[in-house]
Design a protein around this ligand. Structure first.
Ligand code: SAH
Length: 397
């Protein structure tokens, strides 16, 4: 007989379109009932859309005034002077038209929040659709994400594979489109989740610091550190992916960050490229299973993926521990909820790399597993109205 836990996990996996291994890894920590609440929350983007004020270019008051002037409802986040948020509207119910357009997972997840659908994101068109017709846009599992109007002929969609194909008329959620605003283009703001903002605050970069960021692109944490350092000192920002390094360069340029040296390299071997061992701090924000990223309509992450990611993540911490000086700090963060990629990595780092955990100044999440309260911080989608997230601050002995 299958144990009830496995049956329940399998049912949840089916209901939420997750790989059963991911469900088991979350349910092993939180139990079945709470896991369902987590999965339900992950399906939605949450109620608040956070942005960080780039204090190198503008004050919070200036950004608030501009956004209000543009007609947005916006609030200051009381705990951190650089954090502000806008309400996310929804969920709205979506009509099912006879004509349907199936988008790939990534495109569907942004259409779900109000974006238009481009030809490149379309997998399939169901029924004979003409330009100007109303359609329901669905994700690959058949979940309706929006109503739209076809603005391109179906043949063109598959021959051209680019350009606007379906204009979104009504989406399940409405997230304010910050990136089209003038203040975004001017570099006054950066869209970043609350836990990500808190993570860099807890690292506490000071003016004049020398920092290395091992997985830096597209530059959210690097640019936040730069603003806390008031554009002084030096940040070595490393990323292995050429297109992402390009994105990083653009972001830093837009934000007016001038204390960053960019290096396109595999950071797992950074100690062989960089001679210095005197960094005041390091940021390790490596690829992870991303189970906390919202909204997520499905996930295929298996146990094998989780285990290989955790081996990968440890390699960055190992190098970071070589590059920081004694007393130097390392921020380790992920946007996932598994034990293997979070507490177990930290535990191994303590045992093998001569690191210790330090208390976090900004602690609004919940305690993690294994360690006492206040030491590692977890954010839970259904409790904190944030992405699922993990933060640890380590210090070199
Ligand atoms: N810290 C970033 C987000 C990092 S996402 C921010 O706050 O904006 C993880 C990044 O790790 C990706 O950009 C990916 O290209 C990079 N990466 C993956 N493997 C890497 C490696 N071996 N060396 C350096 N960067 C790597």
């Amino acid at each position: 007989m299958t144990p009830p836990f496995l049956t329940a996990a399998t049912n949840l996996a089916r209901k939420y379109n997750f790989h059963v291994d991911s469900v088991i890894s979350i349910a092993g920590l939180y139990g079945i009932e709470e896991t369902e609440n987590i999965l339900k929350a992950i399906k939605s983007p949450g109620k608040r859309y956070f942005i960080r004020v780039n204090t190198l270019k503008a004050s919070r008051e200036e950004v608030l005034a501009e956004l209000k002037h543009a007609g947005f409802e916006v609030r200051a986040y009381p705990l951190l002077k650089e954090a502000i948020y806008l309400p996310i509207r929804g969920p709205h119910s979506i009509k099912t038209y006879p004509k349907k357009v199936i988008a790939d997972k990534k495109a569907a997840e942004s259409v779900y929040l109000g974006a238009n659908l481009y030809a490149v994101g379309i997998l399939k068109i169901v029924g004979k659709i003409r330009e100007g017709e109303r359609v329901t846009i669905m994700d690959p599992t058949g979940f309706p994400v929006a109503e739209g109007i076809m603005v391109m002929g179906p043949e063109e969609v598959f021959s051209k594979r680019k350009g606007l194909a379906v204009k979104t008329v009504k989406s399940v959620f409405e997230v304010p489109s910050i990136r089209e605003l003038e203040i975004y283009k001017r570099g006054w703001v950066y869209d970043q989740s609350l836990p990500a903002i808190i993570s860099v605050r807890n690292l506490n970069p000071r003016p004049g610091f020398k920092i290395v960021d091992l997985c830096a692109a597209p530059g959210g944490k690097t640019s936040h550190a730069a603003q806390l350092m008031e554009n002084s000192g030096e940040i070595l920002a490393v990323d292995r992916s050429k297109p992402k390094v390009q994105k990083l360069r653009e972001n830093l340029q837009r934000l007016g960050v001038r204390n960053v040296k960019i290096l396109e390299a595999d950071a797992r071997y950074l100690d062989l490229i960089v001679g210095e061992r005197d960094f005041d701090a390091a940021i390790v924000d490596p690829p992870c299973s991303s189970l906390g990223v919202r909204p997520k309509l499905s996930s295929r992450v298996s146990k094998r993926d989780i285990l290989s990611l955790s081996r990968y993540q440890f390699q960055f911490l190992k190098v970071a521990s070589k590059l920081v000086k004694r007393g130097g700090r390392i921020l380790y963060s992920t946007c996932t909820l598994t034990l293997q990629e979070n507490e177990l990595i930290v535990l191994k780092a303590i045992k093998k790399l001569g690191l210790k955990l330090v208390k976090q100044e900004y602690f609004i999440g919940s305690r993690g597993f294994i360690f006492e309260t206040g030491i590692v911080q977890r954010f839970l989608p259904h409790v904190h109205d944030t992405p699922g997230f993990f933060i640890a601050i380590l210090e070199k002995l």
